[in-house]
Design a protein around this ligand. Structure first.
Ligand code: Q46
Ligand code: ZN
Ligand code: ZN
Length: 330
């Protein structure tokens, strides 16, 4: 297998691009794909300050590295979710990456600062973990971006994520979510701009990027994700992609070109009538925002170990988690 660019030995084949690359040209390819996504969707202007939501996984660390490589002023932020060993490994991998490059890493710990963790919140609210997790992450990253004077928040959603979420939203005709499933969500009152610069790269590519760049990322998925619909949609798309390379790319980018605009009215209606939360000032349709209500409900509750929560999970919880996961990507 030879590199399509230099004819040297290739280390990866990309069937949807009908190309093979050596290490050097694969890294160039990744940088070009991210630069293209940023340019085409007006994600980040030169000189803007970017806050990168970092989990310690391949996508968020590749994203942070790629943004720095492309010359952006990008700072990382992690959130201590308290999901047992997974969260410990997540923090360690993120900190190791930051230390290796002499970067500052912001950190907010749910238990230290708000008196709860995700397994406990899930047990107290009797909802799936991804529901309180997605809500907490979105709220705290938005708040940190606004407080810290950042212009934009970048998240590591890749092409596989976006295609799987799109499939889920289409299968259930979640029109409001379809209207918001864009690679850029513009800044509006109380919300920072949010961008997904990895939408042109698949997860196999972000993993290969990390390996070739010597980035140690956590390989294990969050234990709360096991068995959810999002993963099944990814598997379904992978089986189609195996026989028809390029399907995922076409599914997602043709949606953006030809259909996404049609769902804007539904998304806009859902965002009407926001006002500042009486407690924290974040925009919300209710008097007190969902995050403040969550904190009020779960803060100080007896901690629930992640193992206990996993043992007690049932089918109903899996269904609700998938809904949380769909929302959580926007
Ligand atoms: S970390 Fe949180 Fe994910 Fe785990 S609990 Fe769900 S949302 S699966 S990206
Ligand atoms: Zn080459
Ligand atoms: Zn609030």
């Amino acid at each position: 297998m030879k590199c399509t660019v230099c004819r040297g030995p290739a280390v990866i084949d990309l069937r949807r691009h009908n190309a093979n690359f050596c290490a050097e040209h694969f890294l160039t390819f990744c940088r070009e794909q991210v630069a293209k996504a940023i340019r085409r969707h007006d994600m980040i202007a030169p000189g803007e300050r970017v806050l990168v939501a970092v989990s310690g996984g391949k996508d968020s660390l590749a994203l942070w590295d790629l943004l720095l490589e492309l010359g952006y002023d990008a700072e990382g932020m992690t959130i201590g979710l308290g999901i047992g060993d997974y969260s410990d490994a997540s923090s360690a991998a993120s900190q190791a990456f930051a230390d290796s490059r002499g970067l500052a890493l912001r950190h907010v710990d749910l238990r230290d600062e708000f008196g709860y963790d995700i397994p406990t919140a899930a047990a107290v609210t009797r909802r799936v973990p991804c529901s309180s997790c997605g809500l907490s992450k979105r709220h705290l990253i938005d708040a940190a971006a606004l407080d810290g004077g950042f212009d934009v928040v970048a998240t590591g959603h890749n092409l596989d994520d976006e295609a799987a979420v799109l499939l889920g939203n289409v299968l259930h005709w979640q029109t409001e979510y379809l209207g918001r499933q864009m690679p850029v969500l513009p800044e509006r009152d109380g919300f920072p701009r949010k961008v997904k610069p990895l939408v042109r790269l698949g997860e196999r590519e972000t993993a290969a990027y990390c390996v070739l760049r010597g980035i140690d990322y956590i390989v294990d998925e969050c234990p709360m994700a096991a068995g959810n619909r999002h993963l099944r949609y990814k598997e379904a798309l992978n089986s189609i992609e195996a026989v028809s390379p390029g399907t995922k790319h076409a599914f997602y980018f043709e949606f953006l070109d030809k259909a996404a605009d049609r769902f804007q009215p539904e998304a806009a209606v859902a965002q009407d009538g926001l006002r500042p939360c009486a407690s924290c000032g974040a925009p919300t349709p209710t008097e007190v925002c969902a995050f403040c209500r969550l904190v009020d409900r779960v803060s100080g509750a007896e901690p629930v170990p992640v193992e206990l929560l996993r043992a007690g999970r049932g089918r109903g919880r899996n269904r609700a988690r998938s809904r949380g996961a769909r929302q959580a990507t926007s």
